[in-house]
Design a protein around this ligand. Structure first.
Ligand code: HMG
Ligand code: MG
Length: 306
């Protein structure tokens, strides 16, 4: 039973490990491993899995197998399989790959926009317009991700006004959901609440997602702080995989195992089988030859091993 009536009773956890997690790996991960990872995550019960990214393979070589992955995963009824689409070339590939949702990704920081997608914020919105129209015409869900909403590796502070401005632009493009991203994991709980509340001034809070990287170990606290102001969608990566290739030093997203463990303890429904997520985390960590970056995942695995 939820003993915290002020917190949402139910949250959606968007698993971003196969995309945000693996895009930053130095060694190429075979498509077969990615497919098994997505299949394991589907079986764990996620309603939304970010499985692909149709970006330039010269910029992000790890995502070059996205079409193969999308073609071979075993899709679970009711689960949304998302793909990143920075432009129409990406959209066409995502449509061909039968993505259920396309993700346009911009930034609240001009400097990061240039480094990540090679254009200004205004130019990015202009590029997203036809993608948004095409997504609506094709009946696909449209999500937007806003990087560096809490700080930027290149320009430092990012004003709340800049976040609000981009949230408004993404809303006007007709987005179904908007992610507020802490790309470099610098946010702390009160700052998180200030940014989320400001974003909520521009877009309905029930469709705002928190995307927290855990670089400074604050992500779980920031998720709790977000819950307190009514955010009920969170992104996480199994085994804490990840980072952004264009944000030096940024580590992975908060580990899914840790988020699900916390939600279970709070009595907040996720619909996710934690044991199966732990298995998926151990599977990909074994493949990568390193320990999972998940406190809860490793604790559960150690307990099982006795
Ligand atoms: P550009 O060089 O300005 O684009 O890159 P262009 O239109 O001039 O095209 C240049 C070349 O790229 C051409 O190929 C195009 O065909 C190709 P060439 O003629 O040189 O052989 N190209 C593409 N190929 C495949 N798919 C496409 C595509 N578009 C162009 N969609 C571009 C602009 C956006 C494409 C480039 O900058 C890019 O791919 N950037 C990758 C950015 C990225 O993937 N970053 C990581 C994901 S975002 C993230 O992790 C943050 C997030 O997690 C939230 C957070 O934590 O902050 C979401
Ligand atoms: Mg990210």
């Amino acid at each position: 039973m939820n003993t915290q009536p002020d917190l949402p009773r139910k949250v959606k956890i968007v698993e971003v490990g196969p995309r945000d997690g693996l895009q930053n790996e130095k060694e190429s991960v075979p498509a077969s491993v990615k497919i098994e990872l997505v299949d394991r995550l589907s079986q764990a019960g996620f309603l939304n899995i970010e499985a692909a990214s149709f970006v330039s393979p010269k910029w992000v070589p790890q995502m070059a197998t996205s079409a193969e992955v999308m073609a071979q995963i075993a899709r679970r009824a009711g689960t949304i399989y998302s793909a990143l689409t920075p432009n129409m070339q990406g959209f066409d590939a995502a449509l061909a790959a039968k993505a259920d949702e396309v993700v346009i990704f911009g930034s609240a920081s001009e400097a990061f926009s240039q480094k990540n997608i090679n254009c200004s914020i205004a130019e990015s919105i202009a590029r997203f317009e036809p993608v948004a129209k095409a997504a609506k015409a094709a009946g696909l869900r449209l999500r937007a991700s806003i990087s560096c909403a809490f700080g930027c590796p290149y320009q430092g502070e990012v004003p709340l006004d800049a976040v609000a401005e981009v949230v408004g632009r993404m809303r006007d493009l007709g987005c179904d959901e908007i992610d507020i991203a802490d790309t470099i994991g610098v946010a702390t709980p009160r700052k998180t609440q200030a940014v989320m509340l400001r974003a909520a001034g521009e877009f309905r809070i029930e469709s705002i997602a928190g995307h927290f990287h855990d670089t400074y170990g604050q992500a779980l606290a920031n998720i709790y702080a977000s819950l307190e102001v009514g955010v009920a969608i969170f992104h996480s990566s199994v085994a804490g995989l990840g980072g952004c290739p264009y944000a030096k030093g940024a580590t992975g997203n908060i580990a899914t195992e840790d988020v699900v463990y916390m939600m279970n303890g709070l009595g907040i429904e996720t619909g996710i089988d934690l044991d199966l997520v732990v298995d998926a985390g151990q599977f990909i960590s074994q493949h990568l030859g390193r320990k999972a970056v998940s406190r809860a995942g490793n604790a559960i695995a150690a307990k099982r091993a006795g």
